[in-house]
Design a protein around this ligand. Structure first.
Ligand code: SF4
Ligand code: SF4
Ligand code: FES
Length: 356
């Protein structure tokens, strides 16, 4: 039995049941533009940028919502389609009063509209006029910028909140130019079901949502550099991209291809990173002298700790020693902690806060 096949831009391509035309184009590396698409979410079919020509169909179809069917003949890059896409991008860009700009601090996906505007040489001048969205500069939360003047009503934020986070903290009200992204009763995020996971920020393709903490570093000198790492907070091991300017950490973005998190983070991993460069962060060991903590060398501090442990074991026995390794510590340190307790004190009283 032969596998089902479609003809994609003149080339025969096999597909498997359940694949959309867009899934097939992605798999074989054919570039089809999208705006309302996020591969973690159910296809939505709102922006129509992913349209393709289908032989026998009267109008172009959205490839993200059209299932591949054996024998289909599909064209992805005709002159007509590119004209259509340019017009769509122009209309979307006209929704952005400040214009679209590449701003890596606004959100991982926020580059999408900016890149499309460059690709299609699109500005909003042909469609200047009414705009939807209404920003919420009054929202006092210190984490998420709600700059809905730049919203294009793709609803990716609403969908990621419901489908990925299961929070349903935000929703859509009204229609047409009155469309608004809102919380229940139009209140602030902190009074809603929001867990501040930041997924809406990361999926937003326009920068209408931004990371306030990262944006606070917008004026720091230097270009933003990206370094792949692992979130240190717990044992899940979410992959993150650390954004830095020189020696300053300026933001964290979840890795969409992170095997453990696939674009998700919790509030700590997403927004609680300033401690890395906090002035109160300890940089040297401290020991208590006459009740006061004073800086010490590592040898002094380790001798003092050893003395304390020895005293406890002498007075109360080996089971009086109990160690909890920090979820922020790397695996090697966690291993050393359990070895220290097991081999050093002959006790199994060890744990790790990542289990909590
Ligand atoms: S931060 Fe997370 S929970 Fe809050 S609105 Fe965005 S997606 Fe929903
Ligand atoms: S805020 Fe961003 S993600 Fe949400 S609907 Fe508007 S443009 Fe889309
Ligand atoms: S990506 Fe298919 S309609 Fe938006």
């Amino acid at each position: 039995m032969t596998n089902p096949t479609i003809t994609l831009d003149g080339r025969a391509v096999e597909f498997t049941d359940g694949e959309t035309i867009y899934d097939v184009t992605r798999r074989v590396g054919t570039d089809v533009p999208t705006l309302c698409y996020d591969d973690r979410l159910e296809p939505f079919g709102a922006c129509r940028l992913c349209v393709v020509e289908l032989e026998g169909a009267r109008n172009p179809v959205a490839s993200c919502t059209t299932m591949a069917v054996d024998g289909m003949v599909v064209r992805t890059r005709t002159e007509g389609l590119e004209r259509h896409r340019k017009t769509l991008v122009e209309m979307v860009v006209s929704e952005n009063p400040r214009g679209v700009e590449i701003d890596p601090l606004r959100g991982l996906a926020s580059q999408e509209l900016a890149h499309l505007a460059v690709q299609y040489e699109a500005d909003g001048s042909r469609f200047e006029g009414a705009q939807s969205g209404r920003s919420r500069p009054d929202d006092p939360n210190p984490m998420i910028l709600r700059d809905y003047d730049h919203c294009i009503s793709c609803y990716r934020c609403v969908r990621v909140c419901a489908e990925q986070e299961g929070d349903y903290a935000i929703s859509v009200e009204n229609r047409g130019f009155e469309t608004r992204i809102t919380t229940e009763f139009g209140g602030f995020l902190q009074d809603s079901a929001c867990t501040f996971c930041g997924q809406c920020v990361q999926t937003c393709p326009t920068g209408a949502l931004g990371d306030q903490r990262a944006l606070a570093h917008a004026d720091a000198p230097g270009d933003v550099e990206r370094t792949r790492s692992i979130c240190p907070y717990c044992g899940v091991g979410c992959s993150v991209d650390l954004l830095s300017k020189g020696d300053t950490l300026v933001g964290v973005q979840p890795a969409m291809d992170g095997p453990a998190n696939q674009g998700a983070l919790c509030v700590k991993g997403q927004f609680a990173w300033e401690w890395v460069q906090h002035p109160d962060r300890l940089k040297t060991p401290l020991v208590r002298v006459d009740g006061e903590l004073v800086p010490a060398t590592w040898d002094e501090a380790l001798d003092r700790a050893a003395e304390g442990f020895r005293g406890v074991v002498e007075r109360h026995g080996r089971h009086a020693v109990y160690a909890i390794a920090s979820g922020r510590a790397p695996h090697e340190s966690a291993y050393s902690v359990q070895k220290f307790v097991r081999a050093g004190f002959m006790s199994n009283h060890v744990d790790n806060c990542s289990r909590a």
